[in-house]
Write a protein that binds this ligand. Structure first.
Ligand SMILES: [Zn+2]
Length: 425
């Protein structure tokens, strides 16, 4: 699962491949429903040497709307395996932000970005795995990219120098992290991954998130148990799958290596018709009523991915509206969890296991679902000491008095002593 030469591989790519037209994917089944209104104004990329995988960290509908509105990805893969085209894959999409790989900054200029609806540290559905596998395989063919050039946003994002790191640092994002694990790469049909961080190795960057680098490059394979059965059943080659139908005459890059003769089991049921609108999993629908592609089922066989609880709600910040409510009214199945944090309008706060789920709470009560109190800022305890690279994540919350500010909005000079930091568990 590793190769020692990410840089050599990246530059071995022919820039000429980039001129292969969008027609190459025209033959593939994707939905144009969320095509970005910005598509036409985006430049055609001069070269393409990376495929960057992201996780949206937000539900499908809101992710698709935002990605489309801002032109922030080339594709988005939703839970049922439907693939939406946002920006033509040969044009520039703004998906990687401040980024560097092998000393080259602004990764948007030479990469394709794929958003997968889900969280960086949770299993995505098998329908997403199947669709992503096909999409990545097609893009690799079109742009003639080796497996090692399929990376995650967390590989390439970096932070500018700040008061904790005088040098620019890796670890700004954990986005897409699961796609770097050996188990998930195997499911995606990727045989290699970068063996080290080329920019940290060359001292262009310092490593600000050792936990992340253990996942990206080390032995940590935290997705193994989630996909245990599926990984075992994973075919050694792309499954015969008509999800992507190539039209005759589609530019054929290097012929794919002949697959093993043994027909492999499909990793998942055929995704639903790609033209169907996105159907974000409705938390109110019982698990049994959901399509079989949700995690937990592979062609009728149970795998070790627990289906989401019927009343699970996405992690994040909720505010109790007019007339008040209760923890149960916003956090539902997570109401009594120690990972649910409630903050009353007067600043008192606690966790879900310390309050009755149906206790009445006033309007304006904020509820963080899926969070833990990471610690309080003190004279010798900075935000970075407390939560590492997450300190400036939009998902990290700083709480002082009655004010709650997200990590991407916090002014590092204004973090006051006694500020409590809540991070995603
Ligand atoms: Zn990302």
């Amino acid at each position: 699962m590793s190769t020692g030469r990410p840089c050599r591989a990246i530059f071995a790519v022919l820039a000429a491949a980039a001129v292969l037209a969008a027609d190459a994917l025209g033959a593939l089944k994707i939905s144009p429903k969320y095509k970005s209104p910005r598509n036409g104004e985006r430049d055609v990329r001069k070269k393409t040497s990376l495929i960057v995988l992201h996780t949206t960290e937000a539900p499908a509908r809101s992710s698709l709307n935002k990605l489309s509105e801002r032109g922030e990805a080339h594709f988005c893969v939703v839970e049922d395996g439907t693939v939406y085209s946002i920006i033509d894959h040969n044009r520039v999409a703004f998906h990687a932000g401040r980024s560097m790989w092998c000393g080259r900054r602004a990764v948007d200029a030479f990469s394709v970005g794929i958003e997968v609806v889900g969280s960086h540290d949770r299993p995505v559905t098998m329908a997403q795995i199947a669709a992503l596998r096909e999409l990545v395989a097609s893009l690799k063919r079109i742009y003639r990219l080796p497996d090692v050039n399929v990376v995650t946003h967390s590989h390439v994002a970096y932070a500018a120098p700040n008061k904790w790191h005088k040098k620019a640092s890796r670890g700004r994002k954990r986005c897409g992290m699961l796609f770097a694990t050996p188990t998930v790469r195997r499911l995606l049909g990727l045989k290699t991954r970068p063996a080290f961080d080329p920019d940290v190795k060359a001292r262009r960057l310092v490593n600000a998130d050792p936990g992340l680098s253990r996942v990206l490059y080390g032995p940590s394979d935290f997705m193994r148990s989630s996909y245990a059965a599926a990984a075992k059943a994973a075919p050694a080659r792309p499954a015969a799958n008509n999800f992507w139908r190539r039209a005759g005459g589609a530019p054929a890059a290097k012929p794919a290596p002949k697959p093993a003769a043994k027909p492999a089991a499909k990793p998942a049921a055929k995704p639903a018709a790609p033209a169907a609108p996105a159907k974000p999993a409705n938390p109110a629908v019982p698990a049994s009523a959901r399509p079989a592609q949700t995690p937990g089922f592979v062609r009728g066989r149970r795998v070790h991915v627990p289906p989401p609880a019927a009343d699970a709600v996405p992690e994040g910040l909720y505010t109790i509206g007019k007339g008040g409510g209760s923890l149960a009214s916003v956090a539902r199945g997570m109401a009594s969890s120690p990972y649910t944090v409630w903050i009353l309008p007067d600043g008192a706060w606690g966790t879900g296991d310390r309050l009755r789920a149906d206790a009445p709470l006033p309007e304006g009560t904020r509820v963080l679902v899926g969070y833990v109190a990471a610690g309080q800022v003190g004279p010798k305890r900075s935000a970075v000491n407390i939560c590492g690279a997450k300190w400036r994540s939009p998902e990290t919350w700083y709480f002082h008095g009655t004010t709650l500010v997200s990590g991407d909005r916090i002014d590092d000079k204004s973090i006051r002593r006694g500020t409590m930091i809540f991070v995603r568990k």
